[in-house]
Design a protein around this ligand. Structure first.
Ligand SMILES: Cc1ncc(COP(=O)(O)O)c(C=O)c1O
Length: 385
């Protein structure tokens, strides 16, 4: 069973019909928190007894956090600011994990002080900081995994290679911490559940080896990676999550505690961005492609167009007209602010300055990536329905 966002014959989602009519004076992200709830319930249905720790970085809007608290979600926080946000919306500190492997000492101290007890680490010094400022805490060790199949890979910067694992677990234990488990991230926007198999095989081998060495691991953190619809068919969230869990169980057996940290898969489809076409131009009368400039770009919310990795879908008032390819760019005076050029985008040939352009499924990693005043442009506004 596959899942695709509505096409020509499907009803227009509420969020799109509202975005068509809404009065705005700058690029605006419109969020439908009821859709967050739907996604949460669907993922929960597929993940079974796995605990969902929402990756707050994907979209830290307080209304999203509040709704997820009410739904019984747990949270993956990257900083003191995200922990404070979750607490301000009623989260129990026991339900918050501090998943960044690069933490400020003062943030560790704050987290421990408010009652957070679960921390990520991938290096000796990080374990020493945690032992000093959050003594006795539970830690999980993040592993580097190879995955070239994700559209937005998260390799290299986070995690340790497998040769470090046993030493780090032993170091944690010697420091008086409780090394309870392992974590990894398969890579964001991993479109098919079967793409997880190689990574799961690798981590399962290390998991069983660590247990054989006498480390009493009982927590497996499978991270994020759950996809959103950006034009290519993906499985429905419940189906995808159930398949991932079947793959996990086949390899790890009955792990007492499994946690997942979906970000994109929970919130991307819950938001659309209202943008405006500022200019359509040809660099030469001989050019095959138009350049289309929007009032939003790489620095004002669409950072994930880097490398043309995440390919957003667009709705315009002229979609019934003939389409043709164009190079799409943002408004700033920075030549890196080109969104899609290697693979041009198909937009109506009749598109012109002043037209509203709605960017679908843009609820993840947009508002939080928007610069505050680059070139004097205001940050992405956010409106909750
Ligand atoms: C530690 C951690 N967990 C979860 C996520 C969320 O990943 P995704 O949005 O692919 O679900 C991220 C994303 O950067 C992350 O760094």
């Amino acid at each position: 069973m596959t899942y695709a966002a509505p096409g020509a014959f499907a009803p227009v989602p509420r969020i799109v019909s509202e975005a068509r009519l809404m009065e705005v004076d700058r690029p605006t992200l419109v969020l439908d928190v009821d859709r967050v709830e739907e996604q949460f319930r669907a993922l929960e249905a597929g993940l079974g007894r796995t605990r969902i720790h929402y990756a707050v970085k994907a979209n830290p809007h307080p209304k999203i956090i509040e709704r997820l608290v009410n739904l019984g979600s747990h949270f993956d926080a990257a900083s003191r600011g995200e922990i404070e946000l979750c607490l301000s919306q009623g989260a129990d500190p026991a339900d918050i994990s501090f998943g960044n492997t690069i933490k400020k000492v003062s943030d560790i101290e704050f987290a421990a002080h408010v009652g957070v007890t679960l921390f990520a680490a991938d290096a000796e010094e990080e374990l020493e900081k945690i032992a000093a400022y959050a003594p006795g805490s539970e830690v999980y060790i993040r592993l580097i995994v190879e995955n070239s199949q994700a559209d937005w890979p998260l390799s290299r910067k986070f995690g340790c290679k497998e040769d470090k694992l046993m030493g780090l677990l032993a170091h944690a234990r010697d420091l008086g911490l409780r090394p309870v488990g392992l974590s990894f991230h398969v890579g964001s926007q991993t479109r098919r559940a079967d793409m997880w198999t190689g990574v799961l095989d690798h981590v399962a081998g290390l998991w069983h080896a660590a247990r054989a060495e006498g480390f009493d691991l009982d927590l497996l953190n499978i991270g994020g990676g759950f996809p959103a619809f950006y034009g290519e068919a993906i499985d429905a969230p419940a189906v995808y999550a159930a398949r991932v869990m079947a793959l996990v169980t086949e390899r790890f057996g009955d792990v007492p505690r499994v946690m997942a940290e979906p970000g994109r898969g929970l919130v991307a489809e819950c938001g659309v961005i209202i943008a405006e076409c500022l200019l359509v131009s040809h660099k030469s009368d001989l050019d095959a492609h138009r350049w289309v400039y929007l009032d939003i770009g790489r620095f004002s919310g669409l950072a994930e167009t880097e490398g043309e990795a995440i390919r957003y879908q667009f709705i315009t008032p002229r979609d019934h007209d003939a389409h043709g390819p164009c190079i799409l760019a943002g408004p700033s005076c920075d030549s890196a602010d080109v969104l899609y050029e290697k693979r041009p985008v198909s937009l109506p040939m009749s598109l012109r300055a002043g037209d509203r352009v709605i960017i679908r499924n843009a609820g993840a990693y947009t508002s939080s990536y928007s610069s505050v005043g680059f070139n004097g442009f205001p940050p992405l506004d956010v409106v909750v329905l």
